[in-house]
Structure formats: C-alpha cells, structure tokens
Design a binder for this molecule. Structure first.
Ligand SMILES: *Cc1c(COP(=O)(O)O)cnc(C)c1O
Length: 459
C-alpha cells in the first residue's frame, strides 16, 4: 500500500471553531496583524510550534492517573528514570520542568567567561544559556547546512574540520563541552548521521572534552538514520537510539518534543561528581531530585511517551507527513528550505514574495495571508524576529533570511487537515502578487516579534 495512514484511532476529539474569511480578516486586524495576539480558539490549524503541543495517547492518560505525587522518592520518578535509562543509558537522571532548565543547570556548572561551546547549531535557549555564563556559543554546522536550497541527507552534521580548528585555536582548557543538536532545529529539524555523532565523540574524547547531545528530537533523528544511513535499515529504533547515546557523556532533553508530553525535560549524564553539583542547583531552582519541577503525573506521561516515540510505525507516519507537506507545496512552485526536516517546513518568503522588501516583513505578510485564507497560524522567522532596530537613529537592519515556519504538532492533525494546509498555501501562492508588505507601528526593545503591532501598506 502506498498510502501511509495515521497509526492511531481517535477516541476523544477537541472541536474547533470554524471561522469565515471575513471573520478572520477582522480578527487579524484586531490582533494588529501579529499572530501571537490571536486567541487560540480563533485558529483552526495551529502550526506555531511542535513544542508541548503533542496529543497524548490513551496509555499516557492512563499513566497520568497512576501519578504518584509524593514529594520524595515517588514511584512516578522511578518509572521515569527506568524509561530514560533504557533508551539513553546514562547513569544519573535529573528531571527538570523543561529543556532550558536542564541547559541552565548544566552550563552553570561547566561554563565560564571566555569559554567556547561548539555545537552544530545552538537552539535559541541553548545559545542564551551558554552566553549567560559569559561563554561563546559557536555554530559549526557543515557548509551545506547554511544554504536553504542545498539538498543533503544529513544537513545537521557538524563540520569536523571546523571543530578541529576551533579546538586548536581556543585550546582544550577553554572548551568545557562539545554539543550536537539532534535533530538540528534550524532548517526544520535536519538530522545528524551516526557517523558524524561518532566522529564528534572521538574528537571530544581524544581531547578529554565532555560530549553532550541536545536530544529533543532524538527519535526523529534515529528514524532518519534508519532511512538514509548505510547499515541501519534493519536495526531497531531502540538499538539506533542506544547507539547514538553510547557515544555521549550526557544529554539535555525537552520532553515537550519527542517525550510526546506537554511539559517536562531532563538532564542525564555519567559523571557522578558533575551530577552531584547539578543536583544542588536543581534543588535550588527546580525542586527535589526525584521530581525537579515536574508533577508525578507528568513524569509518568513522559515515561510512557518516551517508549511510544520509538515506535517505527509512528515515526514513519510522522516523518512522511512532514515530508508530504513540504514536497507537495514545493512541487507546485513554493520555495522551501530543502530537504524537508522532521518537525517543520520553512517557506522562503524572500523568494516567494520578491516584491516585498525585507523591511516590510514579507514572511509576516505571508503569515497574515495564510491566516486570512484558512485560519492557519505559522510563525515568521525573519526580520521581525531577528532584525535590528536602533531607537536612537530609527535605523533598521534586515535579517539574513525571511522564513515562514510551519511546525507540525505530533499526532494532532489528520492527513485531510494537512491537505487543507497545502491547498491554502497554494491558493495564497496563486495571488502572491497582490500581497502587500507591513509597517511595524509599535515595538518593544527586546524580542519585539512577540508584541509588535503592524499596519498593512497600501499597494
Ligand atoms: C525546545 C528546545 C530546547 C528547549 O527546550 P524547552 O523545553 O522549550 O525549554 C532546546 N533545544 C532544542 C533543540 C529545542 O528544540
């Protein structure tokens, strides 16, 4: 059979409010053309993020009911610890309320002013937490990983020569750890090959540097290895995951991604001394060592989710569904970042709307059009998010790329809803020459994209 079906049945539904184009035009105007100001109930297909938006399974909901809310030594913790140890194999498992808390605890213990942390590409919270310690977050993804149109099976790989040069240049004493993000979030979740993971591990260990994985989408990465790397087509997902983690000294994890949960995360590592000092900080900032910011029921939901996420049927559906969306729109002329990643599709708004200059936010204009067209919420990753504005001179610098990200929540939308998204994008593509740019009329000094207000420019 060619048709890949959802490997689950729906036993509970959340009705969505259907809106008309006229209603949506009014709603987005009231939201000052910023999709962060929309009420979620006014969005039909919400592709803002894949983080914390997964649908939990009947087994996970049953596990929630088993949650043991004891302050110390709860059964939920031990089930969580066992699930993490079976997959990741690390000795010390430290629960946190989400991924960034694990990062904060790890980097506070390892990094200092003047250090350099190499990574394929730091996720934004990872970068911020490295920089907060005074260290530099250095991105060393392979050159292909920086070109949106370039096709490469493992576009998230670390540039091994650049890593070696960095070590020679800054010295091992100033590199407290080396990281790899699997999948690499930038570009929609580009995978890293097992070979690359092994090579980075060898370089780290031959220099006595700890090697950590940012493992948020480890299962999606493992599935890409099975699909694309020689020698893995007959290996089970669990064995691939075990091998990935066998090369590392630890990892940070957001359970809001491949934990298939709505909240949670952890830090896992082998070094007993480091684990002890991480636990001290955990108690100070998160909670006691056996819950660390999570309710017992959440620990159980994550324990169950981590086992489900390695189901090959699930991963086949997951990766195919993202790929299908990317392939269908790109076959019909919509420029996207290639190849489709694991969890999101990025439309290149600069290429699609060349008439709209970067300082008129083409990707934001596209987000607005897509909402009006079909009630779909995507997120601008371009000048509104990364452009620089100087309030003294009123001068603004554009971001290097103008992208619209469509992130796919796990197990939430059906194939016909994905078809609907494709149709909406192609409709917008057809009338792209009538789309006008936006003027930012209000902005905050930091992270302006969250609260900016816009007005459409007249043609
Ligand atoms: C989401 C994410 C994080 C941070 O996790 P939170 O749970 O959002 O704090 C870190 N790294 C990557 C690659 C992520 O995608």
């Amino acid at each position: 059979m060619k048709t890949i079906i959802e490997p689950f049945r729906i036993k509970m539904v959340e009705p969505m409010k259907m809106t008309s184009r006229e209603e949506r035009a009014k709603l987005i105007e009231e939201a000052r053309y910023n999709l962060f100001f929309l009420k979620a109930r006014d969005v039909m297909i919400d592709l803002l993020t894949d983080s914390g938006t997964s649908a939990m399974s009947s087994d996970q909901w049953s596990a929630v009911m088993r949650g043991d809310e004891a302050y110390a030594g709860s059964e939920s913790y031990f089930r969580f610890e066992q699930a993490v140890r079976d997959i990741y194999g690390f000795e010390h498992i430290i629960p946190t309320h989400q991924g960034r808390a694990a990062e904060k605890i790890l980097f506070s213990n390892l990094c200092k002013d003047g250090d350099v942390v190499p990574n394929n590409t730091h996720f934004d919270t990872t970068r911020a937490n490295v920089e907060y310690t005074g260290a530099e977050a250095r991105d060393l993804v392979i050159p292909e990983g920086r070109v949106p149109s370039e096709i490469h099976p493992f576009k998230g790989n670390m540039d091994i020569d650049a890593l070696q040069r960095t070590i020679d240049e800054v010295g091992v004493d100033n590199i407290p750890l080396i990281m790899l993000t699997i999948t690499n979030n930038s570009g929609g979740g580009q995978p890293v090959s097992m070979e690359n993971i092994r090579m980075v591990s060898e370089i780290a260990h031959s220099n006595g540097i700890p090697f950590f994985l940012d493992a948020c989408r480890f299962a999606e990465n493992a599935y890409f290895i099975k699909l694309r790397e020689d020698g893995y087509s007959d290996v089970s997902m669990m064995d691939i995951a075990n091998e990935i983690f066998s090369y590392a000294d630890g990892c940070t994890m957001s359970a809001k991604k491949d934990g298939l949960a709505n909240m949670g995360g952890f830090l896992a590592l082998n070094d007993a001394e480091l684990a002890e000092s991480c636990r001290h900080l955990l108690i100070l900032t998160e909670g006691f060592t056996t819950y660390g910011g999570m309710a017992g029921r959440d620990l159980d939901a994550v324990a169950t989710g981590l086992r489900e996420v390695l189901s090959e049927d699930y991963l086949k559906y997951r990766i195919s569904s993202t790929d299908y969306l990317g392939r269908k729109i790109s076959e019909n002329g919509v420029p996207i970042m290639q190849p489709p990643g694991g969890h999101a599709i990025y439309i290149d708004a600069k290429a699609m709307l060349p008439r709209i200059p970067p300082l008129q936010y083409p990707a934001q204009a596209l987000a607005v059009e897509l909402y009006i067209e079909a009630g779909i919420r995507a997120v601008e990753i371009g000048t509104a998010m990364f452009g620089k504005y100087d309030p003294e001179t009123g001068e603004e610098t554009a971001a290097p790329m103008e992208l619209l990200r469509l992130a796919i929540p796990r197990r939430v939308y059906t194939q016909s809803q994905i078809e609907y998204v494709i149709e909406a994008i192609l409709n917008v593509m057809e009338r792209k020459d009538s789309i006008v740019g936006l003027k930012m009329v209000k902005q905050a000094p930091f992270l302006r994209h969250f609260t900016a207000e816009y007005e459409p420019l007249s043609d």
